[in-house]
Ligand binder design. Structure first.
Ligand code: MTE
Length: 309
């Protein structure tokens, strides 16, 4: 993950927040009523949600920035590449299925509609911190990952959950080059995966995910650096041992397995003590566990977080 300095997006554009709040009021009519009123066909990309219990009370990052300043190396290594390339390459994200296998009683390959039940969708406003020292506040739509994983009845041997991104150089042309060892792989410890903050996201700002943000299904773990948030997931495997993730294979010294946001542990090439919120000029201090210490610090009690970075 390269640091760019000169090309950062200026976010002086009007925030989408008021528009989005109108949409929320609109959705409060209920999906059916809203669709009837709008004349929008039933396959519209808006998602009806309930407000989840965790919500960062901070100004949202404008939707334009969230959807155009992205990391998705399968669609290019510049922040602007994925939004530019996705409309030509990653055009088809449905039908989509996810194979869930490994240490569990009920392995299965499920289509998107069987995996994600609309009544489970929640909205969660999370602070997100990228390892490159920028951050955003994003209103995600998703399902707590634990609620989904439990359906497959993980066994007592399931200590880790490993996620895999779609492998398809036709739709993800970055995979034609050996930038990373494709497919992108990420993993969580079982207790991290089952933590109520951990989300399998399918949308943001009340709409289905755009391809550049990891459509149709991606991981969101707000107390970890953004690279843990693997996009366009097609595989979930319960394992007894931790895998080597894509970024650990690329540079183990720079990207550890835990990747908990930790202002006290610098990246070998830059400080993690502060961050630039996209759309703001001055830097702000980075908080331990990205401000979610109260909820998650106990998962790591007794661990040396400078060694287990
Ligand atoms: N997932 C895949 N498959 N490929 C990637 O390159 N980049 C990661 C993560 N998930 C990445 C990925 C990184 S480095 C970050 S910061 C987040 O996605 C960014 O998510 P966003 O672009 O939706 O903000």
């Amino acid at each position: 993950m390269l640091i760019r300095t000169g090309t950062d997006i200026r976010s002086s554009e009007v925030t989408d927040r008021s528009l989005w709040l109108d949409r929320r009021r609109f959705l409060a009519l209920g999906a059916a009523g809203a669709l009837a009123l709008s004349g929008v066909p039933a396959h519209a990309a808006s998602l009806s949600t309930v407000r989840g219990k965790f919500a960062a009370d901070e100004p949202l990052t404008p939707m334009k920035d969230v959807t155009t300043y992205t990391n998705f190396y399968e669609l290019g290594t510049d922040k602007s590449d994925p939004a530019q390339l996705a409309p030509s390459y990653f055009t088809k994200v449905k039908p989509w299925s996810v194979a869930v296998e490994g240490e569990c009683a009920k392995p299965a390959t499920l289509g998107y509609e069987d995996l994600i039940k609309p009544h489970q969708l929640e909205e969660r406003i999370y602070r997100m911190r990228c390892v490159e020292a920028w951050s955003m506040v994003i209103p995600w739509v998703g399902v707590p990952l634990g609620d989904i994983l439990r359906r497959f009845e993980p066994s007592s041997k399931a200590k880790y959950v490993v996620f895999t991104t779609l492998q398809d150089p036709e739709r993800l042309p970055g995979q034609r080059r050996a930038i990373l060892d494709w497919p992108y792989v990420e993993a969580l410890r079982m207790d991290e995966a089952m933590h109520p903050l951990t989300l399998l996201a399918v949308g943001l700002y009340g709409e289905e995910l755009l391809p550049q943000n990891g459509a149709p299904i991606r991981l969101v773990v707000p107390w970890k650096y953004g690279f843990k948030g693997i996009k366009s997931i097609v595989g979930i495997r319960f394992t007894e041992t931790p895998p080597r993730t894509a970024w650990m294979k690329a540079a183990a010294r720079e990207y550890g397995f835990y990747a908990n946001v930790n202002p006290a542990v610098d990246h070998p090439r830059w400080s993690q003590a502060s961050e630039r919120r996209i759309g703001e000029f001055l830097k702000r201090k980075t908080l331990p566990f990205n401000g979610y210490a109260e909820q998650v610090a106990s998962l790591y009690s007794g661990m040396d977080l400078a060694v287990n970075y």
